[in-house]
Design a protein around this ligand. Sequence first.
Ligand code: PEP
Ligand code: MN
Length: 264
Amino acid sequence: LVSRDFHPANTIVDVRGVRVGQGCRPVVVAGPCAVESEEQIVKTALFVKQAGADMLRGGAFKPRTGPHTFQGLREEGLKLLAVAGRESGLPIVTEVMSPDSVGLVSEYADLLQVGARNMQNFDLLRELGRIRKPVLLKRGMSATVEEFLAAAEYILAEGNDQVILCERGIRTYETATRNTLDLAIVPLIKEMSHLPIMVDPSHATGKRSLVPPMALAALMGGAQGVLVEVHPEPEKALSDGPQSLTFPGFGNLMEEVRRLTGFL
Ligand code: PEP
Ligand code: MN
């Protein structure tokens, strides 16, 4: 079902009126790693909106590597996202970690994110296949392209074809960056599948200074959007501060995006 051989026409995913896919303008999803407070998420939403972002991201349920770190505000975080969504008018992108919470998260999210650590949580994928909301499926950190597409197949097989793929870097021997951004899969996925593909340069690099150049490279390489972490005070962020862009940093990136995508 994900293969272009059986479905030649490009799938366009509609996220509350924002269209993602080939032939559409590339989209920018921006926001903090995690929702931390009403002030933090509303301030970020209003800033990224005026800078030109198309959607707001923010984690309420956080899949942290260790159990003793900030795990997210959970349902309270979803409610704060709803406030920020209303105030900014931006569609909401947030992660869902378990099949049990798909119902709850889909009441608040316009685009439900499956994190890298859950790419092969097949019960979660099946549950997401049964809802009528779009899904952002991130590539597992050690997943091959074949495994990535097979994971998307689980969602489509249950009847939901509104799936956006997202490359977020993979594990390699290299430790100088958090992960290794595998940009070549952007054109490769476009050859193999009709589903849109986006890139997350924040988790791919783990380093603020590398995010803008890799976001631009992704868009120039044909990605249908980028997912970028932005925080009002990255040094105080409860997660992923070192890779989060500041407001001025995000503003500069958006100027570059507008300049470069004007030529596409
Ligand atoms: C995230 O987007 O906040 C996240 C946890 O990303 P990933 O699943 O790609 O690590
Ligand atoms: Mn993060």
